[in-house]
Design a protein around this ligand. Structure first.
Ligand SMILES: [Zn+2]
Length: 73
């Protein structure tokens, strides 16, 4: 997945009112790996990288989680 695809995914506005623990973008709280999906999914536990089960939901609204991810890398 290249950056353009990622930005395309994050740029999609979330539907207002959808509740629950689903997202297109999940960040592993343990290793920081960002998991991205084409549709809304539950946390992709366990993490394919570190097997962690704690995930942070990212929406792409407001802050740009990917930008901070890239700065850290
Ligand atoms: Zn992980």
């Amino acid at each position: 997945m290249d950056e353009e695809e990622i930005r395309d995914l994050l740029g999609d506005p979330d539907e207002v009112g959808w509740g629950g623990m689903t997202s297109r973008v999940w960040k592993c709280s343990r290793c920081g790996l960002v998991h991205m999906f084409r549709s809304l999914v539950r946390p992709p536990a366990p993490c394919s990288n570190c097997a962690g089960i704690a995930f942070e939901r990212l929406s792409g609204r407001g802050k740009d989680p990917l930008a901070s991810q890239q700065m850290r890398a």
